[in-house]
Design a protein around this ligand. Structure first.
Ligand SMILES: Cc1cc2nc3c(=O)[nH]c(=O)nc-3n(C[C@H](O)[C@H](O)[C@H](O)COP(=O)(O)OP(=O)(O)OC[C@H]3O[C@@H](n4cnc5c(N)ncnc54)[C@H](O)[C@@H]3O)c2cc1C
Length: 380
């Protein structure tokens, strides 16, 4: 059992860290405060091969695995969780669904441009009435001519307004329940398809979260992704990888908040000495570092299983649950260690505190992760 990153993986981590500190850190505050979607940065990430790490080189990807992917997401999130979320939704949700369920023609047409970052992707499962119960999807796709007519609305779609390609789930046979839901690829500019309201969020403000609206939107048969009726089942597989993304995002943000608190505790003096001299602060730092390491190991375990083709649903849910809850606790303690200054926008922990909450909600809430884990335990 090998618990160290390889030399190549460390090289990738260092490269992403340097990029994040140079190209992202000086701008994160402005992107956050003004909710600016960092389009130019996304193009640079594409240039570095970071928009398609897990896809084969023949399709423009980096040909690497989930360990490398999670390492890169962690490093981006350590500086700005919103950027990591943009990359995660694009990679492990949109592009991965097309890669996983699409045929050779779909791979060539979409995976190539998406994996190389020439196109941006989004993935729409959630609806106003179908969140945790995503099988309650109402968006409808009906056969019309040699294609499909889509009507309905999706909500909470990351990258929705900026994406060139959307993968969306819609009901093709209401009588078949979960097995009557199919996945479709819809390109930006298709008549009847548009992004609706952009949400105003408490955190992850530089990432775009939008409604997606389908009004008599006709798409050709070839844009049915995978088998008819398999869209929901395929989505659950896609979410295994998605949950690994959110776990690594949580680890990265927790690490960023921890590092800020560690250095602040050594700089800030009260009662004539640095606050890091006080055992009350030392114990907080020790708990934070320990929990982050445990979350990282759970995440890497899920990555390792995914890279080796082993079942990963339970492990991905455990990683996401633990890492998400850890990130919320760690960011809270990081604010606490900063005292009143942690409450100010001048210090990075305030942003981490707001951003990390997404990790216990997106791609299945903590309650839903517990439900998945318990289902696996009780089945055995
Ligand atoms: C910033 C952001 C980005 C997102 N990006 C995307 C995206 O790109 N694509 C996409 O499709 N979706 C996306 N989502 C949607 C996200 O996946 C959903 O918000 C999430 O799955 C929860 O659904 P909901 O908000 O409808 O909450 P609800 O399902 O209404 O849940 C409300 C509460 O009830 C609890 N609950 C529900 N059912 C149960 C149960 N059976 N047992 C116990 N508790 C339960 C939940 O845990 C939660 O606490 C995003 C969300 C956010 C906030």
């Amino acid at each position: 059992m090998e618990l160290e990153l390889t030399a190549e993986q460390r090289q990738l981590r260092d490269m992403v860290r340097e990029f994040a500190e140079k190209e992202m850190a000086p701008h994160t505050r402005e992107w956050d405060q003004d909710s600016i979607f960092p389009s130019e940065l996304i193009m640079k990430l594409g240039g570095l091969g970071l928009m398609g790490i897990i896809f084969p080189e023949e399709y423009g990807g980096a040909g690497l695995g989930y360990v490398e992917y999670a390492t890169a997401i962690e490093e981006l999130a350590r500086v700005d969780g919103a950027v990591a979320l943009i990359v995660a939704a694009h990679t492990s949700l949109c592009t991965n669904h097309i890669f996983q369920s699409g045929n050779e023609a779909r791979h060539k047409k979409y995976v190539g441009p998406l994996a190389s970052g020439r196109m941006l992707g989004c993935w729409s499962l959630t609806e106003p009435e179908a969140g945790s119960d995503a099988g309650g999807t109402r968006t409808r796709a009906e056969r019309q001519g040699d294609g499909w007519l889509l009507n309905g609305a999706k909500t909470f779609t990351t990258n929705g307004t900026h994406a060139d390609v959307c993968v969306a789930m819609a009901v093709t046979n209401p009588a078949l329940g979960h097995h009557g839901i199919s996945a479709f690829i819809i390109e930006k500019g298709t008549p009847g398809f548009r992004a609706g309201r952009q949400e105003h969020k408490m955190g992850m403000c530089a990432s775009d979260t939008s409604e997606m609206i389908f009004e008599d939107c006709w798409i050709p048969e070839e844009n049915l992704l995978g088998e008819e009726g398999q869209g929901f089942v395929d989505s659950l597989k896609v979410l295994d990888g998605g949950r690994i993304s959110i776990a690594s995002l949580a680890v990265g943000m927790a690490q960023g908040a921890f590092e800020a608190a560690l250095s602040y505790s050594q700089e800030r003096h009260q009662f004539g000495r640095p606050i890091s001299d006080f055992q009350g602060i030392q114990w907080k730092l020790a708990d934070m570092a320990t929990e982050i390491e445990a979350a990282r190991l759970l995440t890497l375990q899920a990555c390792h299983r995914k890279d080796h083709g082993q079942p990963v649903t339970k492990e991905a849910s455990m990683a996401k649950l633990f890492a998400g809850e850890t990130a919320v606790r760690v960011a809270g303690e990081a604010v606490q260690i900063h005292g009143g200054y942690g409450f100010l926008k001048d210090y990075p922990v305030e942003k981490f505190y707001r951003d990390v909450k997404l990790c216990t909600i997106g791609e299945g809430t903590s309650e839903i992760q517990r439900l998945i884990i318990a289902r696996h335990l009780l089945e055995q």
